[in-house]
Design a protein around this ligand. Structure first.
Ligand code: UD1
Ligand code: UDP
Length: 353
């Protein structure tokens, strides 16, 4: 039986890996060991997802977090290498574009262990983003590139991947699998039962939190929208909480702690609009039929902008307010199955068999 080592560490990776792990188990043809780098470590950023989504308990927990990029990635590389040598894995699987993704792919490729990258080929074309660096390098180190969209496949073609000895597949987006699978299990976050008519917001990307002018502008716009349009519910990422406290900025929206995935789905189902800089949440808004206002200058999910479901507004308060006003309550429909229709995990496992 093939032995797969899955490397995860950050919140969105638990969600993505949960559906693939389930398919791996169902296939009966592979054994999976999960390595948790520890990048995310608060109970509501990590444990809750293992509990809610039925992911196997990690075989290894590295506890590496809260460091600068080089140190975090370097320490992960050292520890993952030891595990890969010990476990003699046939394949390593990595997800998305975090430091945990890059560390896993680099450790494996140096040991000549084949790497499968789930969410390959995405590009923002902004090399200032840590995620862009991580995803470009991870794609270069992978021999199976599981793309979520046709755009992602085109990006790889444009970078010359077709002439490399690698496999490129558009399997669709595993996050759609997760959204469909867990939708029926949604639960309200504590204290929010019965809430309606609100806007769901999330904010955590370094390009926004680490630039105080951008952060202040976005917060000001969210405060205005909350006062003048509709309640803004903001499950606040620890990175943003720290940045806002340090900068002495005042958030006047309905701030809650980060929530589990089942609570997040409930918020997505009930919201009238989503405002976010998250990669995953942009698509989840679409999966649940809601318009999205994206607090970034670029997106990797360009299809959503093309079909009018997503408006890119950057950090300009006027654009944010205007977009929120015009998109509030506007429903969107997935008429073209832009993200594969929820079969990604099964396709991935079939292709690895
Ligand atoms: C990481 C990813 C980002 C992804 C996000 C998902 C990188 C470079 N970035 O960003 O692409 O969108 O995860 O949420 O890998 N912290 C806590 N508790 C936690 C987790 C983090 O307090 O459970 C704090 C850390 O101590 C640190 C800050 O949040 O101060 C940022 O954490 P880090 O893992 O470096 O990056 P994220 O912003 O979470
Ligand atoms: N999410 C969650 N609870 C929250 C905020 C987000 O479960 O409080 C989920 C969200 O539904 C999505 C994933 O986390 O599935 C996205 O992760 P995040 O926004 O942290 O990272 P990104 O997608 O930007 O890398």
């Amino acid at each position: 039986m093939k032995k797969i080592i899955t490397i995860v560490g950050a919140r969105p990776q638990f969600i993505k890996a949960s559906v693939v792990s389930k398919s791996i188990k169902e296939s009966g043809a592979m054994q999976e060991l999960v390595v948790h780098t520890g990048q995310h470590f608060d109970a509501n950023m990590s444990d809750v997802f293992f509990e809610q989504l039925g992911i196997s308990k990690p075989a290894f927990e590295l506890g590496i977090h809260s460091a600068k990029h080089g140190e975090m990635t370097g320490r992960m590389l050292i520890e993952i290498e030891k595990i890969l040598i010990q476990e003699q894995a046939d394949r390593v699987m990595v997800y998305g574009d975090t430091n945990s993704t890059l560390a896993g792919a680099l450790a494996a490729s140096k040991l000549h262990i084949p790497v499968a990258h789930v969410e390959a080929g995405l590009r923002s074309f902004n090399m200032q983003m840590p995620e862009e660096i991580n995803r470009i390098l991870t794609d270069q180190l992978s021999d199976i590139l599981f793309c979520p969209t046709e755009t992602a496949v085109s990006n790889l073609r444009a970078e010359g991947f077709e002439s490399k000895p690698v496999a490129i597949h558009n399997v669709g987006d595993v996050m759609q699998d997760a959204a469909l699978h867990f939708a029926a299990k949604a639960v309200p976050p504590s204290g929010l039962q019965g809430h309606t008519g609100f806007i769901l917001a999330t904010l955590h990307r370094a390009e926004n939190t680490d630039d105080l002018a951008r952060l202040a502008d976005i917060v000001q716009a969210l405060n205005d929208v909350h006062k003048n349009l509709a309640t803004v519910v903001l499950p606040l990422h620890p990175r943003t909480r720290k940045a806002i406290q340090q900068a002495g900025i005042h958030l006047e929206v309905e701030v809650i702690d980060p929530v589990g995935y089942l609570e997040m789905i409930w918020l997505l189902e009930k919201a009238e609009l989503v405002m976010t800089d998250s990669g995953g949440v942009q698509k989840e808004a679409f999966f649940f039929g809601k318009s999205c206002v994206t607090l970034r200058d670029q997106t990797e999910w360009v299809e959503l902008v093309e079909v009018g479901a997503n408006t890119l507004v950057g950090a300009d308060p006027e654009r944010i307010r205007a977009a929120a006003q015009s998109a509030f309550g506007r429903r969107v429909q997935d008429t073209q199955q832009l993200y594969g229709g929820g079969q990604a995990a099964a396709r991935i496992v079939a292709l690895m068999n």
